[in-house]
Ligand binder design. Structure first.
Ligand SMILES: [Zn+2]
Ligand SMILES: [Zn+2]
Length: 316
């Protein structure tokens, strides 16, 4: 994030802060911007000021996350999502619009909550490192951090997600994401900001306890965000029993208490919450069959009723 913020400073924030909080400098000390213009006015807020870093990060993360959401969800919606699903009895009226509204409301809060993690990275409190590995061992370590990152975050997200289904938390934090029994890619960020934040903690935390190359981390960070969109795309090509595919996550949205995992099915198997997708999700005809849908809706309603009943009992 430090290099990205440097670029954002160079091309955008330096000029903005110089206007907002200006400081005159003698022409002899004037800096030159990327267009080769001499700047006799700079900002009273230095680039390494904590307040400036946090403000810049807030703007960058809110704008970046919103653009990423619209670009990736729209791509996935038009390329992968099976629009036949919109005829499912549990697909809500105007659902896509509702999902987009929910996500655009959640993204600013969700992005702001992550600012301290990125601030810490820029200030050098994380274990991110840079430079090209010099030895075979360093390359091997670099490669090893990829499965380590996936295993650590998969475990973390599983347990955070599972506890978000606890009756005391579910109603307040996680229920907004389960409004979508038949999700579209736009539902990926349609959640309560704290729900999204809690599920993101494992991948922020990882680089504070395990050294990781900063560009590899940025790539993995993008990967988890793309993965989150992909498991909501309703495109059930992969029949993997090891990977938590979009078919597994569709089961989670329909039947609540199964498949809390993110990338793999291991923790669900271990925690006895695994439910394998059935033929009806893979078969081109069965998956859009009205009888199948009616059955799914019936079972979903039964489970939903039980979940809400337990939730009421625990709260009272
Ligand atoms: Zn859930
Ligand atoms: Zn989901």
């Amino acid at each position: 994030m430090d290099t990205i913020l440097e670029l954002a400073d160079e091309y955008f924030f330096d000029g903005v802060y110089a206007k907002l909080v200006p400081k005159q400098v003698p022409l002899a000390n004037a800096t030159t911007n990327f267009l080769g213009e001499q700047l006799a006015t700079t900002s009273a807020w230095e680039r390494d000021s904590d307040l400036r870093i946090c403000l810049s990060l807030s703007v960058f993360l809110i704008v970046g996350a919103t653009l990423f959401y619209f670009a990736s969800a729209t791509f996935s919606y038009f390329v992968f999502f099976d629009k036949e699903y919109m005829k499912h009895p549990r697909f809500l009226k105007n659902q896509v619009r509702l999902e987009i509204e929910s996500a655009t409301k959640a993204i600013p809060g969700f992005a702001l909550l992550t600012v301290p993690w990125f601030w810490g990275e820029i200030k050098g409190y994380s274990l991110l490192y840079e430079g090209t590995p010099a030895t075979l061992l360093e390359w091997a370590y670099l490669a090893l951090t990829v499965p380590l990152f996936l295993l650590f975050t998969d475990c973390g997200i599983y347990w955070v997600h599972r506890y978000l289904h606890h009756p005391l938390l579910y109603k307040h934090l996680h229920k907004p994401h389960h409004k979508w029994l038949i999700p579209t890619p736009y539902s990926a960020y349609a959640f309560h900001p704290l729900d999204g934040y809690f599920q993101s903690i494992p991948y922020h935390l990882f680089v504070y306890i395990v050294p990781m190359h900063k560009w590899l981390y940025m790539s993995m960070f993008m990967f988890v965000n793309i993965w989150t969109i992909l498991i909501h795309d309703g495109n059930f090509i992969s029949r993997s029993t090891i990977i938590n595919t979009s078919a597994h996550h569709a089961v989670h949205h329909l039947y609540f208490n199964y498949n809390y995992g993110q990338y793999f099915t291991f923790w669900d198997r271990f925690g006895e919450s695994h439910r394998a997708p059935t033929e009806e999700q893979y078969d081109a005809e069965l998956r859009i069959n009205k009888k199948t849908w009616a059955q799914q809706a019936k079972e979903a309603e039964e489970i939903e009723g039980k979940v809400l009943k337990t939730s009421k009992q625990k709260v009272n």
